[in-house]
Write a protein that binds this ligand. Structure first.
Ligand SMILES: CC(C)(COP(=O)(O)OP(=O)(O)OC[C@H]1O[C@@H](n2cnc3c(N)ncnc32)[C@H](O)[C@@H]1O)[C@@H](O)C(=O)NCCC(=O)NCCS
Ligand SMILES: Nc1ncnc2c1ncn2[C@@H]1O[C@H](COP(=O)(O)OP(=O)(O)OP(=O)(O)O)[C@@H](O)[C@H]1O
Length: 198
């Protein structure tokens, strides 16, 4: 199985690119989805979070994501503690998903992870596509999409490596600063390159 990476930063356009890749027939595994599954009610992941971060479970027994976000974005120690709970579980869920796909004869998969380069995962993937936008545009899209004020948006951006730094680790850069048609044309080129590699 050939495994490629897809990364970017918050609100840089990974979901938009994922949608386009899926339309082209790619199998995309979304780390944000796995990160939600490992903290569903009744999971050991949620129990660990409840213990380490008292008060973040809502009355319905589900994780109050906004409360936890307020605790971890802007506080590196708290974020490291959360990552230590979630990241090994996300990795395990990813490996399970890969095995599932492999058993079904899927030849290649794309793993969409916002923190792929921060986690050093680019070293063991066959190539990494980075969805890049200028920082000001990233902040503007983030504030518009999530209804965040500037301080909250800055706290999230500061929790990740800047996209300009990530560029140096990417095999392919998808510039998502233009319109969707411009992005789609680049996604088609990258997908063809992935097909050519394996
Ligand atoms: C803190 C939480 C509850 C906030 O939830 P919320 O619904 O507001 O955001 P969501 O999960 O949709 O994430 C949105 C984006 O935030 C960024 N982000 C999320 N977690 C982190 C983190 N630990 N460090 C840096 N950036 C992060 C990513 O770019 C992600 O795409 C949630 O993000 C979480 O549980 N994070 C820990 C798991 C994790 O690291 N996920 C990222 C990929 S594995
Ligand atoms: N080329 C584009 N032109 C205009 N708006 C765009 C473009 N690409 C993405 N957007 C918008 O920017 C926002 C962020 O895009 P998207 O949700 O795809 O990012 P993401 O990287 O998946 O974010 P996250 O990881 O935070 O979920 C969305 O509101 C999306 O509709």
């Amino acid at each position: 199985m050939h495994v490629f990476g897809l990364t970017g930063g918050i609100a840089s356009g990974k979901s938009t690119v994922t949608r386009m890749l899926r339309e082209l027939g790619a199998e995309v595994i979304d780390a944000d989805v796995l990160a939600r599954q490992v903290v569903e009610p009744g999971t050991p992941g949620l129990a660990s979070i409840a213990e380490r971060f008292p008060g973040v479970i809502g009355p319905d027994g589900r994780l109050d994501r906004a409360k936890l976000a307020a605790r971890v974005f802007g506080n590196e120690a708290e974020r490291t503690a959360l990552n230590a709970i979630t990241h090994p579980r996300v990795r395990e869920a990813f490996l399970e998903k890969l095995q599932f796909l492999e058993e079904r004869g899927v030849a290649r998969a794309v793993y969409d992870v916002p923190l792929l380069i921060e986690a050093g995962m680019h070293h063991w993937l066959e190539g990494v596509a980075l969805v890049w936008v200028p920082r000001e545009q990233q902040k503007a899209r983030l504030m518009a999409r999530d209804g965040l004020d500037e301080a909250a948006a800055e706290a999230r951006l500061a929790s990740q490596l800047p996209l300009d730094d990530k560029r140096t680790h990417a095999t392919w850069v998808i510039d998502n600063s233009g319109d969707l048609a411009a992005t789609r044309a680049q996604v088609e080129t990258v997908w063809r390159a992935m097909l050519a590699r394996g």
